[in-house]
Design a protein around this ligand. Structure first.
Ligand SMILES: Cc1cc2nc3c(=O)[nH]c(=O)nc-3n(C[C@H](O)[C@H](O)[C@H](O)COP(=O)(O)O)c2cc1C
Length: 195
């Protein structure tokens, strides 16, 4: 199999899920990262882009996950699409998306979200009760007119898939699991595994 065929399969089911669900954030996925010693942590983020190069989400680089992904540049994603009785798991190395790509996505966001990105020291302690509100007000004033630039500490990570598993629910827990593993370059091996 080639990367394009597997990404197409992901895309087909992803579109079907988005059409079928009432979920307010249908592009949600969990992402696991690990610290330098290998201890994992997970959280939900939104998938913003995907293609043959990988699966992209945006975040604050100084956040807990941001630090971990820079210290230990590997991640695991999980999607669960209950309306389709499907789960997809993706694992691989991560890289930062280009500045141009991050700028373009940042520019597409709502202005208040852009201000929020500047104001949030994501994952750090809030020392005093109103510090966050004050920072939001400060950046709203600073960027009251004109374009809000992308903060240098904010951008995208791309998970470059090395393993993709499609899991399909079947009766009596006799689920169907297909695992694609990247071989050389653009070639993937495919196998079925027990549920
Ligand atoms: C539905 C949903 C979508 C989210 N999307 C994002 C996102 O795209 N980027 C992000 O940094 N955090 C997002 N969050 C917040 C994260 O789950 C998490 O709280 C935050 O990124 C801090 O995680 P960290 O301390 O492990 O770095 C989202 C949360 C939810 C529930």
């Amino acid at each position: 199999m080639k990367t394009a065929e597997i990404v197409k399969e992901f895309s087909t089911y992803f579109q079907e899920y988005k059409a079928a669900t009432n979920h307010p954030e249908p592009t949600w996925m969990s992402i696991a990262s690990a610290d330098k010693s290998g201890r994992p942590s997970t959280r939900i983020v939104l998938l913003k882009d995907f293609d043959e190069r990988g699966f992209v989400f945006y975040t604050n680089f100084t956040s807990r996950k941001g630090q971990q992904l820079q210290d230990n540049p590997f991640a695991a994603l999980t999607f669960y699409w209950p309306e389709l009785s499907r789960q997809v798991r993706i694992e691989g190395a991560v890289e930062k998306v280009s500045d141009e790509e991050a700028d373009a996505y940042f520019a597409s966001r709502a202005r208040k979200s852009q201000i929020g990105a500047w104001a949030s020291k994501q994952s750090q302690d809030i020392e005093h009760k109103l510090d966050f509100e004050k920072r939001v007000a400060k950046y709203a004033l600073k960027y009251a007119v004109g374009k809000v630039p992308r903060p240098p500490f904010w951008g995208g990570f791309r998970v470059i898939p090395e393993l993709i598993e499609f899991w399909v629910n079947k009766e009596f827990r006799l689920h169907d699991r297909t695992v694609f593993t990247r071989q050389e370059g653009d070639d993937w091996a495919v196998r079925k595994i027990y549920p």
